[in-house]
Design a protein around this ligand. Structure first.
Ligand code: UN1
Length: 479
């Protein structure tokens, strides 16, 4: 089997060791063998990026913009093929995989424009004759570490702005999904970007973490809270700028006046699509008294219609869990929910399929309280907890009673409740009559409390993290 290599300083470098990329829909299907970088490879990548930085950061904006545009165009032109690879390695169904690939292509096209849009500000000083200019400059070399659940979109929304604003990149994708990362690196490599500006190092975070943080200027990470907090401590000790996107325990509030079909669609999509493996998933369904039974009944009926199967089969609506370990975690939370006294009313069973994969039927618990572990801890699987409340005020207070703060949704036909919720939800994002998961590519993404740390990602707000602000005072009379 040929090995997919790491990209270091513009050269493909094979690894001394490699890992097999396995299809979670069919564990007999090996997608490929991917190099595992050593800490020395990582250090070489950081050196190459450091070396490339002066030229890239001062280089022509037109070339930079065109390179990013070419990357976006190739991703979009190959969307079906890349979606197939994504579905095959991660287990997202084809429809969602295609959506994700298109999103990644659009991210690059957006930032191709951002390259030339970046402006500054000019102000008068309080001192006569002095002008002030506020400009943005790139940070230098940036470490990007991405999770397995969005194998191409999250890499895209970190890499594109990093490059657009003139930084160099060392990119480490999740060990479970090197396929899309390698395909993206190959596209970037052929886009005309100078050697060393972009580097790919594949492997396990535990093995590479220290090397990845040694000697770069900033780190942007999306993944678990535990790893995020460890990165935060290391980066603080190193004096690096940090951006973290971590977990969620996102509430979807359903009020008595909601349209039941809309609420069911929002819950079905937000809680169970992508096998619930999204930090934006609606894992708490907070439902007021009078609509509770109607909503639960309709949601159960809709869940019963969900076809769980091979991510690449045309009729599948929910694909497999990403791997055996995540499946074991999901099943253990289903046990925890039962033990805590919640009622499992739908799904929650491992499904046997031929060929074998990590299949789980989406699980719905009712009778949950907000203190139960299934209502407080991120499961990262197709498991939702229904919490019954008396009215809007209780719904809002339960929604905010969590250590996380990424996204909050509400289903209602009342403008006054929707407006109040928008203002008072303690999250970075609010969705009204929409699923909590599924975001646009051109607007800020991120949360509060334990979900996020540092500036927002995406859209022109990405500049907050990927650039440093410079204030220049000019005594023009002396020029
Ligand atoms: C989405 O819901 O479309 O890891 C995006 C995650 C998030 C991205 C969610 N950072 O699930």
């Amino acid at each position: 089997m040929t090995q997919y290599a790491n990209l270091v300083g513009g050269r493909w470098v094979v690894g001394k060791t490699a890992s097999l990329n396995i299809n979670p829909s069919d564990t007999n299907d090996v997608i490929g063998e991917y190099a595992q970088a050593s800490p020395d490879d990582v250090t070489a990548a950081i050196d190459a990026a450091r070396h490339a930085f002066p030229g890239w950061s001062r280089g022509g904006l037109q070339e930079r913009s065109e390179a990013l545009y070419r990357i976006g165009a190739e991703i979009l032109a190959r969307a079906d093929e890349l979606a197939d690879l994504l579905a095959r390695e991660e287990g997202k169904v084809l429809r969602e995989a295609k959506g994700e690939v298109v999103r990644a292509g659009n991210v690059f096209r957006f930032f191709a424009g951002e390259v030339v849009r970046g402006g500054g500000q000019r102000l008068a000083s309080i001192r006569p004759g002095v002008d002030i200019e506020i400009t943005r400059e790139p940070l230098g070399v940036i470490t990007l570490i991405t999770p397995w659940n969005f194998p191409i979109a999250i890499p895209a929304w970190k890499i594109a702005p990093a490059l657009a604003y003139g930084n160099c990149v060392v990119f480490k994708p999740a060990d479970l999904v090197p396929g899309c990362a390698w395909a993206l690196a190959d596209i970037i490599h052929r886009s005309g970007i100078p050697a060393g500006v972009f580097n790919l190092v594949m492997g396990r975070g535990a093995a590479l973490g220290d090397a990845l943080l040694a000697g770069t200027d900033a780190v942007s990470f999306t993944g678990s809270e535990g790893v995020g907090n460890a990165i935060l401590m290391k980066a603080a000790a190193n004096g690096q700028k940090v951006q973290l996107e971590m977990g969620g325990k996102n509430p979807l509030v359903i009020l008595d006046d909601a349209d039941v079909d809309t609420a069911v669609q929002c819950a079905l999509d937000g809680s169970f699509f992508s096998t619930g493996q999204r930090c934006t998933a609606s894992s708490r369904l907070i439902v007021t008294n009078r609509i509770h039974d109607r909503f639960v009944e309709a949601l159960q009926a809709a869940m019963g219609q969900m076809v769980v199967g091979d991510a690449r089969a045309p009729d599948s609506m929910i694909g497999p869990v990403v791997d055996e370990r995540q499946l074991a975690t999901d099943l253990s939370y289903i046990d925890i929910g039962r033990t805590e006294g919640a009622k499992l009313v739908q799904g929650g069973e491992r499904l046997e399929r031929a060929p074998p994969g990590f299949y789980l039927s989406p699980a719905l618990f009712t009778g949950c309280t907000n203190t139960m572990r299934i209502a407080r801890e991120e499961v990262f699987g197709p498991v939702a907890a229904v919490i019954r409340v008396a009215d809007y005020d209780e719904a809002l207070s339960v929604a905010n009673d969590t250590g996380f703060g990424l996204c909050a949704g509400i289903c209602t036909t009342s403008l006054s409740h929707a407006s109040h919720f928008r203002r008072n939800a303690q999250t970075g994002m609010v969705m009204v009559n929409l699923p909590t998961a599924g975001v646009d590519y051109h607007v800020p993404f991120g949360g509060r409390k334990g979900s996020s740390y540092g500036p927002r990602e995406q859209g022109s707000y990405a500049a907050e993290f990927f650039t440093s602000v410079k204030t220049t005072y000019i005594n023009a009379g002396r020029l």
